[in-house]
Design a protein around this ligand. Structure first.
Ligand SMILES: [Zn+2]
Length: 252
């Protein structure tokens, strides 16, 4: 993983994301999934690494280098939190509710966004590299962030303890609001009920839907991410700024 890379995050809380950024290696249960059995298991319908990541964190480094079949097969567990494995003599459903984290470079050589190094890739190289990730796959990822080069003077603005307290605060708000599940897991009907937008926020979202031709799934994800952002500032209603921040976490 180079100094510059995109981090694609499938995550419940923005605050957890910020925490992971500063405590990445110490925190994560890393499962490398380099083989085709990653998602579907073996020919005996044995559970693969994706199933084993249930209730954990699944991290893919150098995301575009995974085979198309592995990436596309991830769509099912990312969407439904379960995976179906069908073999000649067996059909099995495994739960696979995990936090998905992935990293990739901005281009094949890794230098595209570097302040001093020169990118050696052609435009076509970069397009091909990014095109390895399909729109439906990327639609299932909540947060997409460009990481900047780390400087020796960089420090975390918030401690792990403060982050932990903030998450508990949000958790209590979610409960008080009457949600039966975490915001990331809300159904469409629950989103309409719990992710209430101010008139200004709705106008911004409508504009974004038109401008970026957002899919239905993307719209719902933006509403859920904005709900969590509003919770982090203890806001009852999702405001324009929350929607704008949620939009900034879309893939580029
Ligand atoms: Zn390059």
């Amino acid at each position: 993983m180079g100094y510059f890379h995109f981090v694609l995050l499938f995550i419940e809380y923005i605050s957890v994301f910020r925490w992971i950024k500063s405590h990445f290696s110490a925190f994560i249960w890393v499962i490398l999934a380099f083989f085709i059995g990653t998602v579907r298991g073996s020919h005996k319908a044995k559970i693969g690494e994706v199933g084993l990541a249930h209730r954990g964190i699944l991290f893919f480094d150098e995301l575009p280098h995974f085979s198309k079949s592995v990436l596309e097969a991830l769509r099912e567990p990312l969407q439904d939190n379960k995976i179906h494995i069908s073999r000649v003599n067996a059909k099995v459903e495994y739960p696979s509710d995990f936090l998905f984290v992935a990293a990739m470079n901005p281009c094949p050589c890794g230098n595209l966004l570097h302040a001093h190094k020169e990118c050696r890739c052609s435009e076509l190289d970069i397009v091909r590299y990014k095109n390895r990730l399909s729109d439906p796959f990327l639609d299932r990822i909540d947060l997409c962030v460009v990481m900047q080069q780390v400087a020796p003077s960089d420090t975390s603005s918030i401690s792990s303890r403060q982050m932990h307290e903030k998450i508990l605060e949000v958790y209590r708000m979610v409960k008080q609001r009457g949600q039966k599940s975490f915001t990331a897991k809300l159904s469409d009907a629950e989103i309409d009920k719990f992710c209430v937008l101010s008139a200004e926020a709705k106008a911004v979202l409508d504009m974004a839907v038109h401008k970026f031709a957002l899919s239905f799934r993307s719209i719902k994800k933006i509403q859920k991410v904005a709900r969590t952002i509003a919770d982090l500032r203890a806001g009852d209603v999702i405001e324009k700024g929350d929607i704008l921040e949620a939009l900034s976490y879309r893939r580029r």
